[in-house]
Design a protein around this ligand. Structure first.
Ligand SMILES: Cc1cc2nc3c(=O)[nH]c(=O)nc-3n(C[C@H](O)[C@H](O)[C@H](O)COP(=O)(O)O)c2cc1C
Length: 356
């Protein structure tokens, strides 16, 4: 029987096990020009026993930033700073993909340089509030991307993906989940376009398909992953019938063949199984759990073949040596919510390993 502690091949890259660290924004890009710091390298290197680390969401362009102090991959300084992170992870024997996260309408002008306004598929504001330096503010109406804007945004993802490879990442994960830009195009309540980028499921899937296709063409499909969260209501997303849109997206990506699909599951398992059946690559599953974070129970999803890898968010945040602890059946450090976002080394690099 295959277990989560067995190695696996990911697009020619050997992963030591099938336990992935899920992407987690930490809002600690305190280096020059929104770049990671020495502490970031320590934080990820501490977690190098993951089969695969997926970084926090990284904005591919200045306008793609939706939260304070998140890092980018669109300047030479950021590339140099990320190189120190990937070197530290590789020296510790780990594998690391950069998550490219364009937050689209989830953002605020006060977070953006030079009077930029958040962009989106349509002039539809998300209901809810965003955290800014001046406290919570209502989301604004985004500037709808025109044809040129769409081309530029695809190109920004491509150039960030190239930068990721230049910085030594093993690959990139395109963020198509959790209510951010790609998800906004997929969802009928955020995308009310009537042109080639909206309307039926194929047209709503087109932008995500173009981004992944272009990124894969630039850095290789074997180094390209995609995160999806069908039906996830984060960021005021409403997808009453997600299956046709996500199946259309996978159909469009068939000729591309991305290395993996990372599903953040918030709905029924049936759709996960359906997507797995239609996808030729590796499936990483961040399983739906109710009232608790992913835990040791989820290892069984690899054993029964539901997924190829399982990913852990909060448990990995708090347990740098998570695979070892999962193998031992615990104990686990408790994550401290107060230090999830922002701040310094507390709640970042000071969670102890077993026996430390
Ligand atoms: C502090 C924090 C930050 C997160 N940031 C991101 C992110 O940048 N990108 C993303 O795709 N998901 C993000 N997530 C979601 C996680 O990847 C994961 O799906 C979620 O925590 C559920 O998994 P769990 O039960 O193992 O914690 C974040 C979660 C947490 C707790």
């Amino acid at each position: 029987m295959t277990t989560a502690f067995d190695p696996i091949d990911l697009g020619g890259l050997r992963l030591a096990n099938r336990i992935a660290m899920a992407p987690m924004t930490r809002s600690r890009a305190h280096g020059p020009g929104l770049s990671p710091t020495a502490a970031t390298a320590v934080y990820y290197a501490q977690r190098a026993s993951a089969g695969l680390i997926v970084t926090e969401g990284i904005q591919p362009s200045a306008v793609g930033q939706g939260y304070p102090d998140t890092p980018g991959l669109h300047s030479d300084g950021q590339v140099a700073a990320w190189r120190a992170v990937t070197e530290a992870v590789h020296a510790a024997g780990g594998r690391i993909f950069a998550q490219l996260m364009h937050t689209g309408r989830i953002g605020h002008p006060s977070l953006l340089p030079g009077g930029l306004t958040p962009v989106g598929p349509s002039a539809v504001a998300a209901r809810g509030q965003v955290y800014t330096a001046d406290g919570p503010r209502q989301f604004v109406v985004p500037e709808p991307l025109d044809e040129d804007g769409i081309r530029q945004t695809v190109a920004d993802h491509v150039s960030a993906a190239r930068n990721a490879i230049a910085a030594g990442f093993d690959g990139v994960e395109v963020h198509g989940a959790n209510g951010y830009l790609l998800h906004q195009f997929l969802a009928p309540n955020a995308n009310t376009r009537t042109d080639a980028w909206g309307g039926d499921p194929e047209s709503r899937a087109r932008f995500a398909a173009e981004v992944v296709t272009a990124v894969a063409a630039a850095v290789g499909a074997h180094r390209t992953g995609l995160r999806l969260s069908p039906g996830n209501t984060l960021g005021d997303i409403d997808e009453p019938d997600p299956a046709p849109t996500y199946l259309a997206l996978l159909r469009a990506l068939e000729p591309v063949g991305p290395a993996y699909l990372h599903i953040m599951e918030t709905g029924e398992r049936n759709l996960t199984l359906e997507l797995r059946k239609r996808f030729g690559g590796v499936l990483i599953l961040n399983a739906r759990t109710v009232g608790r974070p992913s835990g040791p129970q989820e290892l069984a999803l690899v054993e029964d073949g539901t997924a190829d890898l399982v990913s852990y968010g909060t448990l990995f945040l708090a347990n740098p040596d998570l695979p070892r602890r999962l193998r031992a059946g615990g104990p686990f450090n408790t994550p401290d919510r107060a230090t999830y976002y922002g701040g310094g080394e507390r709640g970042y690099t000071d969670y102890p390993a077993l026996g430390a």
